[in-house]
Ligand binder design. Structure first.
Ligand SMILES: Cc1cc2nc3c(=O)[nH]c(=O)nc-3n(C[C@H](O)[C@H](O)[C@H](O)COP(=O)(O)O)c2cc1C
Length: 205
């Protein structure tokens, strides 16, 4: 633990990967997205879009769309077919087992446009940072509401596949997925390691 210097509401958020079957009311999911949208973003933009998959059909479609792409990537990496089946099946079960999936997407809406690639990349990078802040807000407010959440990396590896699986607008590019639900009380996460401040931080002169 980080001792008592980290605010309790930050300590309280953990990645919880096991949920009760109970659905999460859409109003509660909307409250999380409103909290996400309180995040800082470059030049007063809100380049984020959120797609919520809380039906079996939507969760299955998303898992299948990303799974197809992952399967191809693993095959290209030379992973054995049985291992691919195991990995992709486990991922599908994990995603479809969560009561709700919030897919956080980025758009160019409100971002500055540059003629050169270096600044375009920097602008997109800024937007990505703000998406991370939005996702953290979402998860902090989930914890505050007694909900479990866990960030899942998958869509950043296959944004178009995730977008098309849910028939989202072309301009929405999924970059983060958050599983949300009521926590399974039997789930015990690993202890949070201490913060080695002297390694991670230096005061500069
Ligand atoms: C960008 C990002 C991607 C992540 N992807 C996954 C993932 O694919 N699967 C998973 O179970 N956890 C994932 N996590 C959660 C981390 O494993 C978790 O945050 C970390 O172990 C610290 O634990 P804590 O969140 O409980 O403090 C991800 C977290 C981040 C920030």
């Amino acid at each position: 633990m980080s001792g008592d210097r980290v605010p309790a509401f930050i300590e309280a958020r953990r990645s919880i990967r096991a949920f009760l079957g109970k659905p999460v009311p859409r109003d509660a999911l909307d409250a999380l997205i409103e909290a996400a949208c309180a995040a800082p973003a470059p030049h007063h933009s809100r380049p984020w879009r959120f797609a919520v998959a809380d039906t079996d059909a939507a969760k299955t479609a998303l898992a299948a769309g990303m799974g197809t792409r992952w399967r191809a990537d693993l095959a290209a990496d030379g992973v054995a077919p049985e291992r691919i089946d195991t990995l992709v099946d486990a991922s599908r079960a994990k995603l479809t087992g969560a009561p709700a999936l919030v897919l956080a997407c980025l758009t160019w809406d409100g971002l500055d446009r540059y003629p050169d690639e270096a600044r375009r990349r920097a602008e997109w990078g800024m937007a990505l940072l703000s998406l991370g802040a939005a996702v953290e807000n979402l998860m902090l407010s989930a914890a505050d509401a007694g909900l479990a959440s866990c960030w899942v990396a998958a869509p950043i590896f296959c944004p178009e596949a995730a977008r098309d699986a849910l028939a989202l607008p072309q301009a929405w590019l999924p970059h983060a997925l958050v599983m949300v639900g009521y926590p399974d009380p039997a789930y015990i996460g690993r202890p949070r390691p201490p913060v080695p401040l002297d390694e991670l931080r230096r005061f500069t002169t």
